[in-house]
Design a protein around this ligand. Structure first.
Ligand code: RIB
Ligand code: CA
Length: 312
């Protein structure tokens, strides 16, 4: 069976890193490129971290592009308190030897979508949607050529994680998110409502360590660092492993369940800026624009992660 072509748009970030490792370990997926965006940490670090992870995976031939240095309208908000000042605190990964691509990430996304067979490429945003929003504005014709967008972002029943109303990825660039959710592109959304059910418990982190590989050890070190912020906030054993849900859905959609509903983005009120207003009960006539996931087989998810990362 032909591999599914994907572009990963990302702001690594330890959870982004695990998502990238999962994708690079999975022959069902062909990673056409990785596009970095400002988010968890500034762009100069997210593009560097993306390359560090590709080399950790033993895939230095992967093409990594730098994209937007800030959101479309609002100033950049970062999350060093969660991810550390490097954005990838935990393991000590060497400076990458692989090059950063010259082409701007947004140009790469547009060019790839205009050249590849319509509908054959899936976009996998794991951070603020700035690159995707800019690409849709730069070349509106890509909306009909994108096969699907499978993204991590938003929240509803769980509320927000950066304000009471908003999840980080959407909060950082609500205007880009608004462009994406109004684009008409088929969207599958992994909100906090599902990622908060996938916690990096001590037992699950130990399973990565037991791999006895460089990737297993680095992953355990990343998760040990990454989880401490949410453990302190929520009082849980482990923190939510958000971004790999996107890649896991591509590989084993049966691990997830959800509903096709309308999702609208707040871009007016400072109080609820970046809120994903999810019409879960269908009380409005707003068009259904996203398959929103709410449940996950968490044990199956972590088993997939350990098995696949064990291949690297
Ligand atoms: O709110 C969680 C999201 O914000 C994840 O993608 C994490 O990496 C950060 O970008
Ligand atoms: Ca991310």
């Amino acid at each position: 069976m032909q591999a599914r072509k994907i572009i990963i748009d990302t702001d690594p970030g330890q959870d982004d890193a695990v998502a990238i490792l999962l994708a690079l370990a999975s022959p069902e997926l062909e990673v056409l490129g990785i596009t970095a965006v400002a988010g968890n940490v500034p762009l100069r670090l997210t593009q560097l971290n993306a390359r560090k992870i590709c080399e950790l995976a033993g895939k230095p031939e992967t093409k990594v592009f730098a994209g937007a240095i800030r959101p479309m309208v609002r100033p950049l908000v970062t999350a060093e308190e969660v991810h550390g000042k490097t954005g990838l605190d935990g393991p000590d990964l060497p400076e990458p030897k692989m090059p950063l691509q010259e082409q701007h990430a947004v140009d790469f996304i547009v060019e790839t979508l205009m050249v590849e067979e319509p509908g054959s490429v899936t976009l996998c945003p794991l951070g603020p949607l700035t690159n995707i929003g800019l690409a849709l504005v730069r070349e509106p014709r890509i909306a009909k050529r994108i096969g699907a967008i499978v993204l991590m972002g938003g929240g509803f029943f769980e509320g927000g994680n950066v304000t009471p109303a908003a999840e980080f990825n959407i909060y950082v660039d609500p205007h880009a998110a608004d462009v994406v959710f109004r684009s008409g592109v088929p969207i599958t959304m992994m909100p906090l409502d599902v990622t908060h059910k996938a916690l990096t418990t001590g037992k699950r982190v130990q399973a990565f360590r037991k791999l006895g590989t460089r990737v297993g050890d680095a992953t355990a070190q990343m998760l040990d660092f990454f989880e401490r912020y949410d453990e302190g906030k929520y009082g849980t054993d482990g923190g939510p492993l958000h971004d790999p849900c996107v890649v896991a859905w591509l590989l084993k959609p049966e691990l997830f369940s959800g509903r096709h509903v309308n999702v609208s983005i707040e871009t007016g009120s400072e109080l609820t800026m970046g809120m994903t207003v999810i019409d879960w009960w269908g009380v409005t006539k707003r068009p259904k624009n996203a398959q929103v996931m709410r449940d996950i087989d968490a044990d199956g998810y972590f088993s997939l992660l350990v098995e696949r990362l064990g291949r690297l």
